[in-house]
Ligand binder design. Sequence first.
Ligand SMILES: [Zn+2]
Ligand SMILES: [Zn+2]
Length: 165
Amino acid sequence: MRADLRELIASPGKKLDFSFVLDSADLSFDGVLRFLTPVTVKGVIENHAGHITLTGVIEADMLCQCARCLKEFPMPLRRELAAYLAEELEDEDNEDYYLLEDGWADLEQIARDTLILNFEPRILCREDCKGLCPKCGRNLNEGPCGCGEDPDPRMAALRQLLERE
Ligand SMILES: [Zn+2]
Ligand SMILES: [Zn+2]
């Protein structure tokens, strides 16, 4: 979605609310199987004495897969949007600055960039997910599998000796 800000740029103090659905067909993230709801983007663009700011939020529900135990689970997505819009870039290294084109802002691009730059690199079903047993494949969050250490310490010592040879 593109927004015409020409009137807002000319009127300090003015605000413009926006709301749209982000096309998620080509959005793919590691660990996200699919979006369960439309990806909605809502916010407001304001002219603060000539400085144009954009704030808002991106929201959706996602179906994710844990990177450790491979369990599928729903997870809400929520990302804050905060950007400055300018007709000329004062600081080219500032990622939060977006250039206006003849007074128009590409809100879809801003939302996409915000999602991509702030996506968690590894999605887990819970922070302390124990993952799968490398031997038998059991989900260790559901309990131990019996492939662990031998309960008899003498057997463990013997096994260590054997493994050394
Ligand atoms: Zn997990
Ligand atoms: Zn096991």
